[in-house]
Design a protein around this ligand. Structure first.
Ligand code: SF4
Length: 457
């Protein structure tokens, strides 16, 4: 939790201009560095703390640049300060109370957020979709279930942040409500929504601006050629139109990219970042290195270890020199003290369109189902203490979360991709696969071999 002094300064920075802002910004910068790097309460390695400091400052710089360009509206900013800054980032009394109560009851701190995919339906049919979504998919979580999940994490965990994924969330409909109605209902929470962007027309962008508690992360695969190749002809043009609509109404947005062996080289070119940050006005970029799950599993698509290293070097330049807010999953595992899955303190869990509760979007296995949990009179907290989740958290602790000064290699943080043998032997016993693809992967010896070979390289 950032201190009250820092939170006060941050609000001032976002609300001021010119020399006043420069002055407050310098003060904030110094104090943030002291709090994270010098004071370092958990005694993490200094380099780990430096990454965290650069990450936070690059987030701030990316937003400030877009405020100055006039593509984040004042109306949006006012709302976002209330929700994202005062709620999701800094915390308030209500959240502290929830956190304390949770610790008293369970002897550990709660997770910070959930990722929910309320629908499997999607208007596209992308190659290698991690969710294997398509337009014919009809699986949906009902509005009342989505609402109850969010209400519980809000009340029991003090959470003020949630991620919506899919399927395509803009296709979600239940009881006459859409995903924007959810955002409206939880106006003191902030939402990040992964979307293909093709359904963000002017009216949707205008509504998002008025809501002020949602930022869309739009999927691209590179430029037009790479995006249309995977997502379908004409998709990239629609994405650029969505960018324009969001700029027009002042909604900050980002892009989300799957890094594969084929596009990894593109992601280390400086021009790529110039184009999206400077020309298109994104406020953040999430890079997800391909995870062999979902439709058309292919372990050979994972970026090679050499490419992964080059991407790490490029990420450092983005943060430290260009001050651009980029997260590269999994190279950026260092800023979250490693893997954040399995409902770890400050981490998250994932719930799909069937209600299955998974440790992570990229770990397609489960034990509990939220609809069954609610029907049995239990709460989301009960799902945190399955053997599956407990074993995952135990591994996280052993791998370094517990050992402040001497963690494992957090550049290889992933419980499933970077440590597959351990995952299969020690974490994933007695689990159910989310779908047929996950079942095949778990049972296939050649998949096991390919994953282990990758980890050992
Ligand atoms: S399991 Fe892997 S992808 Fe999921 S949170 Fe952990 S490190 Fe990230």
């Amino acid at each position: 939790m950032v201190s009250e002094v820092l939170s006060g300064l941050l609000v001032k920075i976002l609300e001021s201009k010119g020399k006043t802002r420069d002055f407050v910004l310098r003060e904030f910068d110094k104090k943030l560095f002291r709090a994270i790097v010098e004071n370092n309460p958990k005694r993490r390695p200094r380099r780990v703390q430096e990454y965290k400091y650069f990450m936070l400052m690059s987030m701030l710089w990316s937003v400030l640049r877009n405020i100055d360009r006039g593509i984040i509206s004042h109306e949006y900013l006012k709302r976002a300060v209330q929700t994202l800054v005062n709620g999701a980032l800094l915390g308030n009394k209500e959240q502290e109370d929830a956190n304390r109560k949770f610790k008293e009851q369970y002897g550990t701190a709660p997770p910070a957020f959930v990722v929910i995919s309320p629908t499997m339906a999607c208007n596209l049919h992308c190659k290698g979709c991690y969710a294997a979504s398509h337009s014919g998919a009809r699986f949906n979580l009902s509005y009342s279930i989505v609402k109850r999940i969010l209400q519980e994490i809000h009340d029991f965990w003090g959470a003020r942040f949630a991620v919506i994924s899919g399927g395509e969330p803009m296709m979600y409909k239940s009881d006459g409500k859409t995903i924007l109605d959810i955002f409206n209902e939880f106006s003191d929470m902030f939402f990040l929504m992964y979307t293909n962007g093709t359904l963000i027309d002017e009216e949707k962008a205008r509504r998002m601006a008025a809501l002020g508690n949602i930022t869309p992360a739009i999927s691209v695969e590179g430029y037009e050629k790479e995006t249309d190749e995977r997502r379908g002809k004409g998709v990239y043009k629609k994405v650029l139109q969505a960018f324009e609509n969001l700029r027009k109404y002042g909604v900050p947005f980002g892009v989300s990219i799957t890094a594969t062996r084929h596009n990894a080289e593109l992601l280390i070119e400086p021009e790529f970042y110039d184009f999206y940050f400077d020309e298109q006005g994104i406020s953040y970029m999430w890079i997800f290195q391909y995870m062999p799950i979902g439709r058309g599993i292919d372990t050979q698509l994972m970026p090679t270890p050499e490419q992964r290293l080059k991407m790490l070097e490029r990420w450092e330049v983005c943060l430290k020199e260009e001050r651009r807010f980029v997260a590269d999953f999994w190279n950026s595992g260092i800023v979250s003290d490693g893997c954040i899955a399995y409902g770890r303190p400050g981490g998250y869990l994932y719930i799909d369109w069937n209600g299955n509760i998974m440790p992570c979007v990229f770990v397609p296995y489960y034990v509990d189902n939220i609809k069954e949990i609610f029907a049995a009179g239990k709460t989301i907290n009960d799902a945190l203490f399955s053997e599956f989740f407990k074993k995952g958290r135990e591994w996280q602790l052993r791998y370094g979360y517990e050992y402040g000064a001497q963690p494992g290699n957090w550049f290889m943080p992933c419980s499933i991709r970077d440590h597959y043998d351990n995952f299969k032997r020690h974490i994933a016993s007695m689990v159910k696969p989310e779908d047929e693809n996950a079942k095949v992967a778990l049972e296939d010896p050649s998949y096991h071999k390919a994953m282990v070979e990758y980890d050992e390289k």
